[in-house]
Design a binder for this molecule. Structure first.
Ligand code: WT7
Length: 630
């Protein structure tokens, strides 16, 4: 590969990196996967455990509702736990955890399976069956991993709600999923403070009729309200004889749902993206193995929260499917000091470190001295995800953290894709800011409005042209939305919602979202959620939210608010409104700036023209205004 001269700034892999990698020759693998796409994925599936093999690798009879490994019987939790317990990995560490205040817990594969079996027995004793929805709402503690795997074990569909979300967001997700059980922690530690998760849940539960049982995980020990007949302490149930009985996992169909995960889309409420046991398992297993090049001796740390898809695919499932040791840290990166993460890497001997550009930009500001106090020589591979990484942050990551010897895997993917779609591998030349090329066999393109491929270096809409195993299967409760949102603009192609360009080497550069999704610190929020939270305040008549460039967060939220008649425009009200959004959606959705307006720019059909607000704020030309109302 090195013989071909590439354009721009290129970082070539060392011979050592190539020699050590699972995939030494990307082009060869790509050719193999392209020539026999289904065969390629079938071979990967054959590396995993199936109670019964599939009848058909890919069923595309009912596009875009694709099916993978149809007729196959498996359970992803079996592949995460039992497969390894049956080997020399039985006593290998599966999960290493450090709490924010410094305590730690470790679980071998054997111990993790034991905990999952006990938890699964508890779920079964509460009547949780295959297909039931279970919502999980807690911080980054080992119980969240155990809870997810236990749901999978009994065939229930987990719906993890990020612990940073608040009342309205939780309520909406409980309600929409018709969850039977809620698993919640009493509280979560964040920067030395306690977030009262159970209290927030109590408020959300007032309007969630489907929830029959609430399992409470004791984490902080602060007093909580326990409603008799509904709420139970998990640790009490785990000690009952029923929890410690033998447990057999459910043998599930490849296409049985594993989880739903709510994510923000173009309009309206967040949608429940549904993933299945079979294809999702094969996709996350393979990408984890090839991209993070996972080996038995590795300790892998993904800093994401399990409340987001990164936490699902590459904190829990991908690494465990590969029998790796995962590391999980409960708290904030800069608590109590800005060296916390670097100290964790040193003390726990982390080899592979996967994080988000926003975190890097935040930590960069504190200066290199905080990093240089620590021995980071255990690191061999780095990763980035969630938003475009600016070359400055990339270079800092590469030099100051990776000491110029760790390739950076800039992985582009989405909640909907389930697995990496554009990503380097350790043996591939890198360009700071580009995720390089699509994963072998995946065909992607960049199109103009009319659906023609754009020329190299021109911007357009990023689409995916062929199905892949971990793809979203449906939107729970709303299958039509899957078709409308992703498969309608360019029939036959999956529309990502991102704009991008491709350079002369075929490397893809993501520019950003082209819809009403705002990426704040890598978190995905919809303008609609922020606006509806604002409008739910008694003083507000109408609201519009936009994303504005922000040095650390990538984007921050600006909101424009029309007050109801007679309401006074005060500084205090601005403060109240920010608090209100934080209470309804969560602190991540809190607008950076709120401005009172006498009217909002709208189209004649009444749609808010957010781009006009954004252009005004940026001081640029708002473009075509022919549809503006006045
Ligand atoms: C959106 C999906 C999938 C992991 C976390 C985000 C943006 C994600 C990258 C990257 C540039 C990226 C895109 C995408 N995005 N990774 N490496 N480079 N942009 O999942 O919350 O579903 O968000 O995140 O805009 O569409 P998500």
């Amino acid at each position: 590969m090195q013989e071909k001269k590439m354009t721009g700034e290129v970082y070539y892999p060392s011979q050592e990196a190539i020699d050590n990698a699972h995939i030494k020759n990307w082009d060869e693998l790509n050719q193999l996967a392209t020539e026999n796409y289904e065969g390629f994925w079938e071979e990967r599936a054959n590396e995993l455990h199936w109670y019964k093999k599939w009848d058909r690798v890919l069923n595309d009879d009912d596009k875009p509702f694709f099916k993978w490994f149809e007729g196959g019987k498996t359970n992803i939790a079996y592949n995460c736990l039992d497969t390894h317990v049956k080997t020399y990995r039985k006593n290998k560490l599966a999960l290493v955890w450090e709490g924010e205040s410094g305590e730690n817990r470790v679980f071998s594969y054997f111990a993790l399976r034991r905990e999952v079996r006990r938890f699964s027995n508890v779920l079964k004793s509460l009547g949780v069956k295959k297909g039931d929805r279970v919502t999980i709402y807690m911080g980054r503690v080992p119980e969240i991993v155990v809870a997810m795997l236990s749901c999978a074990s009994v065939g229930a569909i987990h719906s993890v709600v990020y612990g940073g979300f608040s009342v309205e967001a939780l309520n909406e997700r409980l309600d929409d999923s018709h969850s039977k059980v809620l698993i919640v922690a009493d509280g979560a530690y964040q920067r030395g403070k306690v977030i009262p998760l159970k209290e927030i849940a109590d408020e959300a539960l007032k309007r969630a009729a489907s929830v029959e049982h609430v399992l409470v995980v004791k984490r902080t020990g602060q007093p909580v309200n326990m409603e008799i007949g509904r709420d139970m302490w998990l640790h009490e149930l785990l000690n009952l004889p029923i929890a410690n009985q033998p447990f057999e996992m459910e043998e599930l169909d490849a296409e049985d749902p594993l989880f739903i995960l709510y994510t923000s889309g173009t309009t309206g409420k967040p949608k429940a993206i549904l993933h299945t046991h079979g294809g999702y398992m094969v996709g996350t297993y393979t990408t984890m193995k090839y991209v993070f090049d996972i080996k038995d001796e590795d300790r892998f740390w993904c800093t994401a929260d399990p409340g987001w898809v990164t936490g699902h695919s590459y904190l829990v499932y991908g690494p465990l499917l590969n029998g790796a040791t995962i590391f999980m840290y409960e708290g904030a990166p800069n608590f109590p000091y800005p060296n916390r993460w670097w100290s964790l890497i040193e003390r726990w001997g982390i080899n592979i470190f996967y994080t988000a550009p926003t975190a890097l930009r935040g930590l960069m500001r504190f200066g290199d001295a905080w990093v240089n106090r620590h021995d980071l020589s255990s690191l061999r591979l780095l990763g980035s995800v969630g938003e475009p990484i600016n070359p400055e942050a990339w270079k800092w990551f590469h030099k100051v953290i990776g000491k110029e010897k760790c390739p950076i895997m800039d992985t582009w993917w989405q909640t909907e894709t389930g697995m990496f779609m554009i990503t380097p591998m350790p043996s591939v030349p890198l360009k700071p800011g580009s995720g390089t090329r699509p994963f072998p066999g995946i065909i992607m393109d960049i199109l103009d409005e009319e659906g023609n491929s754009v020329k190299p270096n021109e911007e357009g809409f990023l689409v995916i042209k062929n199905p892949w195993p971990a793809m979203v299967r449906t939107i729970f409760n709303d299958p039509n939305r899957l078709v409308e949102q992703y498969w309608t603009k360019y029939p036959g192609y999956y529309m990502t919602g991102d704009s991008a360009r491709r350079d002369d080497d075929g490397y893809i550069w993501i520019i950003g979202r082209v819809d009403d999704v705002i990426k704040v610190s890598g978190y995905r929020l919809g303008t609609a959620e922020i606006e509806s939270a604002l409008v739910s305040h008694p003083a507000v008549a109408e609201a519009a939210a936009i994303g504005m460039p922000h040095e650390v967060k990538g984007n921050s939220i600006y909101a424009y608010v029309m007050l109801k008649q007679g309401v006074e425009k005060t500084e205090k009200l601005i403060d109240d409104l920010r608090q209100h959004v934080s209470h309804e959606v969560g602190p991540i959705a809190k607008p950076e700036k709120i401005e009172f307006m006498d009217s909002l720019p709208k189209t004649r059909s009444g749609k808010i023209m957010r781009r006009v607000l954004k252009a005004k704020e940026l001081g640029v030309d708002p473009g075509n205004l022919s549809t503006l109302e006045e």
